[in-house]
Design a binder for this molecule. Sequence first.
Ligand code: THU
Length: 132
Amino acid sequence: MNKELLMESARKMKTTAYAPYSNFPVGAALLLNDGTVINGVNVENVSLGATNCAERTAIFTAIANGYKKGDFQAIAVAGNTVDFLPPCSLCRQVLAEFCLPEMPVYLTNEKKNILELTLKELLPYAFTDLEM
Ligand code: THU
């Protein structure tokens, strides 16, 4: 699947986001090595702190469905933002737990341009090992 189709899937997902507190719906589409696409949305909570971002929802859903570290090929993230919407720092750390540093992360903006970064560009010097 190409990045445009993956991004389209992320964009569509925004409609099922649960974002009554921020009114900031986000959709994510995670491409697995076997071609499966697993989606995620942000799911907010009145406590605000219990909110889960779209990217983490997608990763956690993949793990719950039996996918493992190394099964992830790319992720696309979409919001209603003028500029490219990057994953928050918590999501970067969760992505680093399961995805290779070279994995592409696709971001989009109002004009539907796609910015392609690697996870390593988003999170250099990632904390990935307790035995340092
Ligand atoms: N959010 C995401 O789902 N992904 C991002 O990449 C950035 C932020 C969500 C969390 C919260 O529900 C809302 O956007 C505002 O921060």
